[in-house]
Design a protein around this ligand. Sequence first.
Ligand code: SIN
Length: 281
Amino acid sequence: MSIKVVPTAAVLGAEIAGVDLSRPLDDATFAAIERAYDEYGVIFFRGQSITPAQHVAFTRRFGEIEFNIFGERWSVPGNPEIVVLSNITEGGRPTGVRRAGENWHSDMIYSPRPPRATMLHAIEVPELHGLTLGDTAFANAAAAYEALPDSMKRCIEGLKGVFDFTGRKRGEAPDPATVQRYPPVEHPIVRTHSRTGVRCLYINRDDCTKIVGLPHDEAEALIVALSDHVIKPEFLYRHRWRRGDIVMWDNCTVQHKAIIDYDLPQRRLMHRLTIAGTVPK
Ligand code: SIN
């Protein structure tokens, strides 16, 4: 295969052209894909017609597949590791996770060892009179860290955030089973990429509830300022989906958000896989 890496005009993201993921990939081609993924944070392949089994096989080249909590309820029959994201209903019943990731986040940041990568395959993409809907927005948290003034970099050096799945920050009553499954975890708010050594901001408004050792007001000011800094327009890439796209993102250096600007009868169906990661350092 003759692979071509075509960067987007944004500060992250590249299209990988010339690759047919339904066919076996030789090691050199795979290495070029993985290099592009490390460099651009988000990579995408257009027009891929692959089976769930081929999707799983390609994902496994990047590492161990992680089972996601949503997959316990919404997975592809015969492929329990593939989570179905969809707004489609059958007989009045949902067929997948209806609203996933509509706020800025990094996948499973509230877990001790969050996933290295997430991959979505677009099976159906919503559109209204020819206008494509249901984009995904991505933010480059490494460029955002780099752009911080030195005084802020010094101030946050070595700080750890507390990340909490249970929504305590938003004043919701925590569900005891979820608290037991996902007790709060601490991660550095400046994270170093385990493969490239690149440093990035690792913080978002929804999941970071405290900063270890800081009083509430001081912590809250930093959480809000840094989380909003990551998503400034200059750090963003917005992916407009086409049917058959495969998009993969790095959960260390990239944050993302699903744009929910569609509803039935506009249908969106994505297959999602996640790849195990390392403990953030
Ligand atoms: C996600 O956050 O994993 C979902 C993103 C999307 O559906 O666009």
